[in-house]
Design a binder for this molecule. Structure first.
Ligand code: IPD
Ligand code: CA
Ligand code: CA
Length: 266
C-alpha cells in the first residue's frame, strides 16, 4: 500500500516552504527562452520533494522541472513521480500569491494519483485512480457545462510563442462564446479548477508532463476530459498541447480547433 497520506503531508510542507520564502533575497536564474525563470525556491522545493518522496516510495523514479538530468522517460518503470515544485514561478516572483505544488504519480505509464496544492488559499486538490477526486477531502463531481455556461481559461508562456496567433484567435472565439476569460499563471491550478466547476475549459499550446500529470487525474476522476488540442492522447514523456474541460465544452472546442487548422496530433 502506498502511503498517500504521507505524500499529501509532504506536498503541504512544500507549500509551507513557498509561503515562508523570502522573495527579496531570493536568487533567480534565467532558463532557456524568453521570461523563463527559476528561483532558488524552485530548486529547494524540488530537492525537498525528491528527498521526502524517495523515503515514502524508495522504488520510484522522478520527472521534475528543475535539474532535468535524471528525469526518467521510461514508462515501463513501476513508479514515476511528476513534480512541478512551483507551478506559477512568475506569479511567485512577482508576489501574485497564486502558485501551486504539483505532484503526480504514474504506475507503468498510467496516472494513479495526483496532488495539486495552492498554499495561499490552503486548497488541496487530489485524486486516486478509480477512487475519485477531492478538494480538501470533499469529493468533486463536475456538471457537464457548455462553453456558454462558464469561464474559459488559457495559458501561454513567453518561451513558447510559436503559433501564438492561432491560439489567441481560438481564445478570442471562445471568449465571445463564454461568460468570461482568465489566465491564472499556474496551469496545474487552472486545470484542477475545472474539476470544481470554476473553469469549463483550459487550453495551452505547449506544456510539460510535470505541469499537467497530477491535474490530469484530478480532472478525469471528477468526470472531465484532457487531451491534446487536436484530440490526441497527452504525453507523459514529452511536452504537448493541452485541451481540457467538461466533456461538452471539450467537444465544442475540438470543433473550433479543427476549423483553425490544428492537426489531430497537435
Ligand atoms: C508555467 C505555468 C503557466 C503556463 C506555462 C507554464 P511554471 O509553469 O503553468 O501557467 O502558462 O506554460 O510553463 O514555469 O511557472 O512552472
Ligand atoms: Ca509549470
Ligand atoms: Ca515550475
Amino acid at each position: 500500500m502506498i502511503d498517500y497520506i504521507a505524500i499529501e503531508n509532504c506536498v503541504k510542507k512544500a507549500g509551507q516552504m513557498v509561503l515562508d520564502a523570502n522573495l527579496e533575497s531570493a536568487s533567480v536564474e534565467k532558463k532557456t527562452g524568453d521570461a523563463n525563470f527559476c528561483t532558488e525556491y524552485d530548486v529547494k522545493v524540488q530537492n525537498f520533494l525528491i528527498n521526502e518522496l524517495s523515503k515514502i516510495l524508495p522504488e520510484a523514479s522522478f520527472f521534475g522541472e528543475e535539474d532535468t538530468s535524471n528525469n526518467i522517460k521510461d514508462l515501463e518503470k513501476e513508479y514515476i513521480f511528476y513534480i512541478d515544485p512551483i507551478d506559477g514561478t512568475t506569479n511567485f516572483m512577482f508576489g501574485y500569491n497564486h502558485s501551486s505544488i504539483s505532484v503526480g504519480l504514474a504506475k507503468k505509464g498510467e496516472m494513479v494519483a495526483g496532488f495539486v496544492y495552492n498554499p495561499y488559499v490552503d486548497e488541496m486538490y487530489k485524486a486516486f485512480k478509480n477512487e475519485g477526486a477531492f478538494l480538501n477531502n470533499k469529493p468533486l463531481k463536475m456538471m457537464d457545462k457548455a462553453v456558454s455556461e462558464g469561464i474559459i481559461a488559457f495559458g501561454c508562456a513567453r518561451y513558447n510563442e510559436n503559433k501564438i496567433d492561432v491560439l489567441f484567435s481560438t481564445v478570442k472565439e471562445l471568449f465571445l462564446k463564454s461568460l468570461s476569460i482568465r489566465s491564472g499563471g499556474s496551469a496545474a491550478i487552472d486545470l484542477s479548477r475545472i474539476a470544481k466547476g470554476a473553469n469549463v475549459i483550459y487550453i495551452e499550446l505547449r506544456l510539460q508532463p510535470y505541469d499537467y500529470a497530477a491535474a490530469s487525474i484530478i480532472l478525469e476522476e471528477a468526470g472531465g476530459i484532457i487531451t491534446r488540442i487536436g484530440g490526441g492522447k497527452i504525453s507523459l514523456v514529452e511536452p504537448c498541447s493541452i485541451l481540457a474541460g467538461t466533456k461538452k465544452a471539450h467537444e465544442e472546442v475540438m470543433k473550433i480547433a479543427k476549423e483553425k487548422g490544428y492537426s489531430s496530433d497537435f
